[in-house]
Design a protein around this ligand. Sequence first.
Ligand SMILES: Cc1ncc(COP(=O)(O)O)c(C=O)c1O
Length: 300
Amino acid sequence: MSTAKAPDLHLPSPLTELHDDRLSAADVRVLLKRDDLIHPELPGNKWRKLKYNLAAARDEGARRLLTFGGAYSNHIRAVAAAGQIFGFDTIGVIRGEEHLPLNPSLRFAVERGMQLTYMDRTTYRTKTTATVIDCLHQQFGDFYLVPEGGSNALALRGCAELVEEIDQDFDVICCASGTGGTLAGIAAALPPSRTAMGFSALKGGDLLREDVASLQRDAYGRETANWSIETGYHFGGFAKTNDALRAFIDDFDSKHGLRLEWVYVAKMMYGLFDLIQERRFPPGTTVVAVITGPDFTAEG
Ligand SMILES: Cc1ncc(COP(=O)(O)O)c(C=O)c1O
């Protein structure tokens, strides 16, 4: 398969050490894998997941991409941007009803040429069934289907490339998890005796384990036994926050000059610091923390 190449990609993404008294107190090193800097409109795991899907769409001769997402989805933004950059028409199937004026994420998508269509929540839950997909084909004609959150076998292949870029020795790699695709791809690419840890940004992170395993089976025909999921740092569920998380983000920003994306990345980083302070990692451990995306939107 050919590969898609976007202009101005910052790859390999930078790897920088985080200096913080809480880390030195536990004798743990944390290296930040700054995937948020890969591209302004296709940052982080968005580029990694779309890379081989865009190539597959082009190889199939598709002219149109269709995908699904919530009204604040970063994935919808990224598919819209990718469509404009790579010359595909894009259709975004949005969960729920239309709300006008459009929020900044959907406005961005429309500005990048995406056609939006809305799906009621009940139908949305069955969006992967043949009946719903057939209906979408009747409405929109041919399209290359990118799943919600962008996670499929080709996405895992793109995420796996992150590991090959790391040129320092490390023991554990951490990322935030939603659909689990990023974790599944990273874990599959790890050298022996390294482990991957996902931090679920959603309630019900236990169910995510089966999703990660099934994504790995689809992509590689087998599951790997080198990953785990922390389920205690969802802060009430998807896109929920509280004073403790807000304070953590402010403090991290003032100490390190990096405003953490609050839906996913800040929850992972909060969890990682918590585990380090609880001495879950033996002294001398090196952790790579993947910054899977930038702070697109202030909490709203
Ligand atoms: C910034 C960021 N980090 C992490 C994730 C979760 O990635 P995954 O769905 O592959 O678990 C997302 C969602 O796509 C995201 O936008």
